[in-house]
Write a protein of this length. Sequence first.
Lengths: 132, 132
Amino acid sequence: MPRVPVPPEVDEFLQLPNPAVVATLRPDGSPHTVPTWYDWEDGRALLNMEDSRVRLGFMRRDPRVALTVLGSGEDGWYSHVSLLGRIVSIEDDDSLADIDRLALRYTRKPFRNRDRKRVSAWLEPERWHEWR
Amino acid sequence: MPRVPVPPEVDEFLQLPNPAVVATLRPDGSPHTVPTWYDWEDGRALLNMEDSRVRLGFMRRDPRVALTVLGSGEDGWYSHVSLLGRIVSIEDDDSLADIDRLALRYTRKPFRNRDRKRVSAWLEPERWHEWR
C-alpha cells in the first residue's frame, strides 16, 4: 500500500464532496464504521461530529482510523480512494465554522442544527489505496 | 448500540443493492476500509473477493469486521445501516456462483472477469446502528 503524499489526481478526487465512511476502533479493538462528511486540505481530512458521538471517544482512545471515499457507482462498480492514518488533532468547533464549511461543501447551505456542541478532528493519512 | 436481529424495515433496506464499505483489522490492529458488494440473507451478509486481496488475510487473522451500507445521499446527508460483527465462514467460490450472484444484484450481468480465484465470506452481525 503506497505511502503519502497522494499523487495529484488522487488529491483532485479527494477535493470533491464525495460520500465517505470512517472506521474507528472500539475499546475492545473491533472496528466501527459510519458515513461521514469530510473536507481535504493540505494532505489531511477534516471530520466533524456532535460531541456526544461514540466515535469521538473511540478516536480519543485510539487515534488510528481509516477513511474510504467513494467515487461514482457507474456500472455498479464503486471507485474509491481509501486513507489509513491517525487523528492528529481534536478541537471543539465552538463557532460551528467547521461544520458550516462541510455543510456548504455537501449541501451548499450552512448547517441546520445549531444547538448541539460539535467537535472537529483532522485525519493525517500514512498510507492510501484506490480503485479507479 | 442495539443487538441483532435487525427490525423488518432495516432488513428491507439491506436487501437493496446499496453501496457499502467494509472495515477489517490489519495485523497491527489498525482499521482498513474498502468498498464492497454484499448480499443480505437470513440476517447475514455475503461478501466476495479475489483470493489475493489483503483484507482476506486480515479476516482470517481477526474475524471482527464492520460494514456500513449507504442509503440515498439526498440533501447531501447520507442515510446508512451499519453492522458490527464477525466473519463466520470463509470458503472458495470455485464455481464463481457467489460473485455472479453479487454481480447480477449490482449490475444485472454475470461477473466479467472469470480467470481469478475468488473467495466468499459471510458476516454475522452482533450489533447494528443506523441513521435514516
